[in-house]
Design a protein around this ligand. Sequence first.
Ligand SMILES: C[S@@+](CC[C@H](N)C(=O)[O-])C[C@H]1O[C@@H](n2cnc3c(N)ncnc32)[C@H](O)[C@@H]1O
Length: 456
Amino acid sequence: MLIKYYLMCKRVSMHSFVEKYRLIFGSNIDNFLQSLKLPKEKFFRLNLARNFNYLSEFEYLNIPFSRCDLFDNVYKLKESDKNIRLSDTISFFTGGIYIQNPSSLLPVKFLIENIDVDEPVILDMASAPGGKTTALSEFLDRRGLIVANEPSKSRLKDLNFNIEKNFAYNVATVSYDGRVLHKYLSEVFDAVLLDAPCSNENKIFHDNAVLNNWSETLVERLAKLQRELIESACFTLRKGGILIYSTCTFSIEENEQIVEYLLSEYDVELIDLNKGDFDYGLSGNSNIDKKVVRILPHSGRYPGFDGFFVAGFRKKGGGISNRNVKILNSGYGLRTPAEDSIIYEIKNDLYLSPKYQISGLKYEKFGTKLGKKIKNMVEYSSQACWEFGDKLIKKKLVIDDYEKAKKFVKGENLKLKDYDNKEGVLFFKDIPLGYFKIVDGRIKNKIDRYFLRGLK
Ligand SMILES: C[S@@+](CC[C@H](N)C(=O)[O-])C[C@H]1O[C@@H](n2cnc3c(N)ncnc32)[C@H](O)[C@@H]1O
């Protein structure tokens, strides 16, 4: 009975979805549907903030890859071989790569291209699991401050985990309903990224839940939420600041109509992100359509890219922001390993953090864990060593046994080769694996157990 009901819902959703897009794409409807059914390609982003040769792991494993159009740091696996698990690589485990479709980097690219200050204060309004937050932090080379917001507590955990692994120390996280953020922050940010919750139509043939939940009512409900979020985003933006809006869905209600709404109600202008390089918008209003960016998978313009929408706005007016931004002083005598960051201490734990802070917010996380103080020494965290290699502690041990290296990142201790020091950073070739101590002739693994949870 239940199964019958389930299948019926699925059929109804599918029928209304197809009929809706038949009206938009006409004779191209079959190409459109076909492109949504194609197996997803595998892409990964190299961590731009680091200088380690993570690609050497893929070469070592004989995994063929090619550089992707548009992004120098994004790679595609040549054969979508189901056996290749990017998530089972050392590079993935240590935050050297992030598995991500390049479409989802477009909002970050446009934000970076249009921002007008060097050390920006940015709000990422809907940020979990952090694909764009961590990319933004890397593209900025960790400068400025990114406030990453996520209201869902379970998704906030994933966000915090990814920030820590990526070592995005210029990020602070908060957990608010984005619709009320303007009550705390008026005209503060140089840029706001709103990667909005959406109907996710791009995954309609890949995720049963997306198909089963899909309906016109859902699209309308989400469009209402998106209007409320973008209004709040606009309030938090300083004059002259930029707002980037994106979704991974096709509906005009959740995309061009949101743009139309903001333009009609607020003092903003639309930035031409498209410049003829992407598919155009679908609203029929050329003032909007030519400036926004669509990725329509059936157009074949960017093969393998997921369906996506991006629009950019500039808030009219100039002048200085209403910044309630404090510049913090390092409360600790250590020299920070990175410019524009500070170190602070809580109960012997040391954190590397942005030097800016916005007053009036309740932070869930502020910066990343640098290490802990033990007597007068500092024991650096493995995640700090993943970011800085042996820059923090100039003692390095290199192994070239891949299986051992993998065991180490999965938490095992290793037997010792010759090594004269009591501690150091272990490397596989030139990829840092983490901090270790020598105990009873063994390399004692100091990777935080936090990273090992859920790992096989
Ligand atoms: C498309 S996802 C964000 C993906 C993320 N930007 C990334 O690149 O990894 C949308 C997010 O919005 C969050 N969200 C839902 N309702 C929200 C609200 N009222 N305010 C802020 N965020 C919300 C969801 O929990 C979800 O994590």
